[in-house]
Design a protein around this ligand. Sequence first.
Ligand code: ZN
Length: 389
Amino acid sequence: MKTTFTATRLYTPVEEIQNPLLIVEDGMIAEVSSRAAKEVPGNSTLVDFGDAALAPGFVDIHMHGGAGLDLMRALPSELPRLGRFLTTHGVTGYFPTTVAAPLDATCAALGRLADSIEAASNATKDDPVQARPLGIHLEGPFLSHKRRGVHPPENLLEPTIAIFDRLWQAARGHVKMLTIAPEIPGAMEVIPEAAKRGVCVSIGHSDAEMPIAKAAVAAGARHATHTFNAMRPLDHREPGIIGEVLSDDGITADLIADGIHVDPAVVKVFLEAKGPERAVLITDGISATGMPDGRYKLGPIEVDVKDGKCTANGSLAGSVLTMDRAVRNVTKFSNWGLRDAVRAATFNPAKAVGLSGNYGVLAAGARADFNVLSSEGNVIKTIVGGEGF
Ligand SMILES: [Zn+2]
């Protein structure tokens, strides 16, 4: 079955196409073109979204849950509920992210998440439209005690290849991202080993000075986790890890653009430093996302949520941000247009973590996971595998 989608514009997102044609066949994008360059194929159904924009589905590479579900505890049978919630905010693919927990509990969670990832990759078109877990992000246990945020100190470990391998085996190789503090003993052995296995090594939860952060990049790190948060602060004469993250054009970096974790003025500075090619938006969303204020679980941590702010013992503990709001915030906090903001939520994260199969882009051969957006960046519809319109 062939369907042709059209709207006013399309963000690939590297390019913008006016009066686009997005031709989908068997859940995959067959062709991306414009009405000026191509006729609507006669054997396809035409779906016209009027004055909207077509854009790839959002990819959230750092999230801990939502819709009341905590991903360290959730059963594979519960994940479709989260997946359906996420599509209402434009997310089509996400990385379940762990927090520092006792090693046995973490390994049990990794096994369940691996089950979910494998089940999602075997989904059929009869399944409801839902965002899919695409890989696991290990946030911890290799974090700095000084910059741990709310990760419990008793669960932090010094990195060893043996511990990393235990986590890797428990996750059956589905670990795609590792946040690590490069200054802690053992980190410089684990960073190249993880990079060798295709993991996106991300520096974060770190008190590193600039030379150590640079050495981590030389050893294989290529990304930074929630820039500014849980990092040694920037000083103009002692730039530290943030100086490296903002100045190194060889690495990508992500940010929580909720206006709470980072002041809007500093969000703008970050976007200008990393540019539309290297900036990545994440939510760091927890189970409370999409739920009323109250008390929620983040792995082993109790979190209080009030007026959109998540705290545990006075420290920020994740967010209730959604990817669509992060995109809209970027257009409000900076002079970036919707296309660049969308790029930071789609193509950039997919590329940063090395997702195979042309994910996060509207191009021939990519999965037909895309959003229909209003000019303000509101999600009108989310289409997964060509279904849901
Ligand atoms: Zn997190």
